[in-house]
Design a protein around this ligand. Sequence first.
Ligand SMILES: [Zn+2]
Length: 307
Amino acid sequence: MAVTRTRVADDTWVFTSELYAEVNAGLVISPEGGILIDTLPFPSETAQIIQFAKRVCPAGIKYVINTISHADHVYGSCFFPEAELIAQEKAREFLIKYGRKALDEAREYTPELFKVEIRLPKLVFNEGMLIRLGGKTVHAMHAPGPSPDVCVVHVREEKVLFASDLIMPVPYIATPFSDIEVYKRSLAKLHDLNLEAIVQGHGDILLRGEVSSSIDESIQYLNDIQALVERLVKEGATKHDLLQYDIEQFGRSRIPLGGLVRNFHKANLLHLWNQAKARHRQGSQGAPSPHRKQGQQAEELESTATR
Ligand SMILES: [Zn+2]
């Protein structure tokens, strides 16, 4: 299957997987070499990036950035042995903790992955890192929320942001390490950047007119599902009641990512529901401290348990 290639600015290209949830990777080209942002999951797809890069970027790829530790973003990293691999420090930690085991499991279903090796980033950063190469300034910035290890990558001269899984056709929070409040703060910060385009972690590229509204709509969506779950839990509703609230009722299309967005939305609702129920149980056991809001204690317990 052919990877879809899109030119998003003069020297910036996007590669979209046909095989896995329309995950995106990007290439910034300069006379001194290329910077690759994520790698696509399957060797046959990464090979298409390599072929293209040989043609348009004769100086070779100098840096590869992993924007999150997930398989679909990082598995191609091992095919660029000459390039320095960069990630947020938490991504390196997650790759060490979970990478090998997840790869072994994935190989059971996809033999092509026997060609893949987990590669650990040698250059790690906490808040951010600036790469200057051949007249390009590429700023990787920590942007936690969907997962603590996410970074977004701003290509300043081209005004393009590779937003990783921070921006998706529907925000996805149904993972053990997500944090919805942190997520909203990371989204709000994107308004400070001067952008012509956002490359989402998965799905379509957002162009100038959609940039600002898509950031706001993501924040709005997270606020709305939080408010819904809070209200329904208070009213004593059931999970069945909860799942009647389709994604379209939040002003979002059901079509992107081959309809996968509907599953993401459902999983989000159930994730928040389970969290709210856990807080409730916690609240009903013993009197809460008068100095704190009821939910806060449970939230703190929960976050230490998942660390
Ligand atoms: Zn992803």
